[in-house]
Design a binder for this molecule. Sequence first.
Ligand SMILES: Nc1ncnc2c1ncn2[C@@H]1O[C@H](COP(=O)(O)OP(=O)(O)OP(=O)(O)O)[C@@H](O)[C@H]1O
Ligand SMILES: [Mg+2]
Length: 220
Amino acid sequence: MKTIGVIQVKGGAGRSTVATTLAGELSKQGKTVLIDCDMPQGTSASWFAVRQQSDVKQGQLFSQNLAADTAANHRELVAKVEQYKDVDYLVLDGPPRIAELTRAILVLADLCLVPVGASKAEIWATSDILSLIEEAKQVKPVKVRMLWTRYRPQTKLTQELTALVKQELGLAALDTSLGMRVSYMEALGDGLTAAELADPSAKAEVRSLIEEVKKLMRSI
Ligand SMILES: Nc1ncnc2c1ncn2[C@@H]1O[C@H](COP(=O)(O)OP(=O)(O)OP(=O)(O)O)[C@@H](O)[C@H]1O
Ligand SMILES: [Mg+2]
């Protein structure tokens, strides 16, 4: 079993988008459980409920190899991770706070992705979790990678932000970045992944994300 956590203390950074995309796509390759640790908001849990309903309505099998669950605190999360130890992939959608849950995700996951949107505020917020990452690494080797979301290449702001990330965070980024695309917004509300919509650019990004994540997990 491989566990991937999606953490970020800044709200609205794109955690649920990344977590649902990973869960939806990885479930096509193996038994997957998506655990929503951001209760009571529960975006990932709602996404899964919509996905199941649309399977029924449209005769699809998108949720066939996928299940969703929730964890309201770190003790519950530890118990759930143990409960699902026989599945292929476990995806953990984190809360927007520095909480025991974020700490627990870092310790329980093999790989943690930190989505960062194109704003300085998100980079400042990310610096708050650096010490948590260091603490977790004392307990267990965990790979942590930043993931650019709502990325717009070749803008002045993006260049500035890339420099700021290098200087302030020193956190390695995935080669894949997710662009600013309506497909991600639509997919989240419709219980889908952006790769399941007719948007070739989103499809290519999501495919690249999954390949990169799998490659990183193989080397763990
Ligand atoms: N790459 C993207 N392009 C366009 N819109 C995006 C992208 N990623 C996320 N969004 C949109 O931004 C909003 C916030 O994203 P999301 O819910 O994934 O973030 P979150 O970090 O889980 O937020 P919350 O703190 O509410 O849990 C959503 O409306 C989502 O559709
Ligand atoms: Mg969320």
